[in-house]
Design a protein around this ligand. Sequence first.
Ligand code: DLL
Length: 431
Amino acid sequence: MFDPEIEMLSKEKLQELQLERLKKMVKYAYNNVPMYRKRMDDAGVNPTKVANLDDFAKISFTKKDDLRDHYPYGIRAVPLVQINRLHASSGTTGKPTVVSYTENDLRTWGRLMARTYAAAGVTREDIVQNAYGYGLFTGGLGFHYGAEILGCTVIPTATGNTKRQLMMAKDMGSTVLAATPSYAMYLAEAAPKEGYDLQKDFKFKIGMFGAEPWSEEARQRIQNALGLRAHDVYGMSELYGPGVAVECIHQNGLHIWGDEFLVEVIDPDTGEVLPEGSYGEMVFTMLTREAMPLLRYRTRDLATVTWEECECDRFHPRIMRIKGRSDDMLIIGGVNVFPSQVETVLMGMEGVGDQYQIIIDRDILDKLQVKVEVDEKFFKSPDYNAAKFAKKLVDEMTAVMTIRANVELMAPGTLPRTEGKAKRVIDLRKE
Ligand code: DLL
């Protein structure tokens, strides 16, 4: 453990610490961020009298639009001279969301990332190949500094240049791969084509994968192909970046670092706070952030959070796998469909390759089309019968999603590959 004192806190002590920090943070936000001062005044919340979570829940949610409204420097509690770094997440439309960090924030984030690696079993003996994008995206620098603070050897390969990536992995004997799960899958696919033997040429033991949704079935595929233990890492730029939550070696839910993040789960439609164990939208409050305090930030990410003790003895609450984002949910002919449901079916089936695309279109009615690559070996085998295989996929998907999808089987290697976050859904109704 990197931070045993904090990581080993009992549930009671951890919740005490959360409340203590929360009270301080509410006052800090009131005194330093005009937006929060106005919100608390409007809601009749006296920051010096917030004594429990019910009082706190009177403060309205912070949304992504609040950050956009404060472009370019975002919600800021310190003068610019105290800002040490900026990151930004690329918005699909308009201006990016900019996030800022003081020196202390960077130190806190770096230590959280070191803790995140350590919880997954990474030690200072490890050689970390960091294939996340470096730059405005928080993945690259987040995973970089965390590994350095832990004392690992870091290879900042960044994303892309797959040939060189594979060469470095083999020659340097990298033991940890940090990447998006879709890029990890792509590396596993590319390696044999570049003449590498996946079993013999690489020393990977641990994968630190996140930044996009991926299924349990995708995990099995990546683990089998790369011969490593694949850990899910969750985060978002607004909450420092990666390192909000990570799976420990038991791979049974992602521990949210409770000393830095307070999580609430709400009904995304009504905003009502739901009881522990309910499925809903995660809302985060940062407990010590200096530059950009965030109170009750709506993530749009849907999951269940549990406070049950984990086998690793940590009480830091766990996110059970993230199902998707409320704004990713597709409504097709009136039926709610999550891309993750499609992935679960596909990645669980033998004969399906690693790449797929979901295309939604409308003529009179909504139509769901799924393009799926066939696994190369299966594609070339004498048993392969396209019509029969497509029917099997349609049946499986219809059973899970209750609506019919048209399946188009694609030859191996024909769908686009991405180096960062995969773009799997194309909704033509929006264009
Ligand atoms: O993706 C930060 C990050 C980098 C996390 C590297 C993990 C690893 P953003 O670009 O702001 O930040 O995107 C945040 O990505 O709200 C989720 O919808 C999604 N996401 C991140 N991690 C996971 C995960 C980074 N493990 C958004 N599972 C979040 C599912 C994830 N979705």
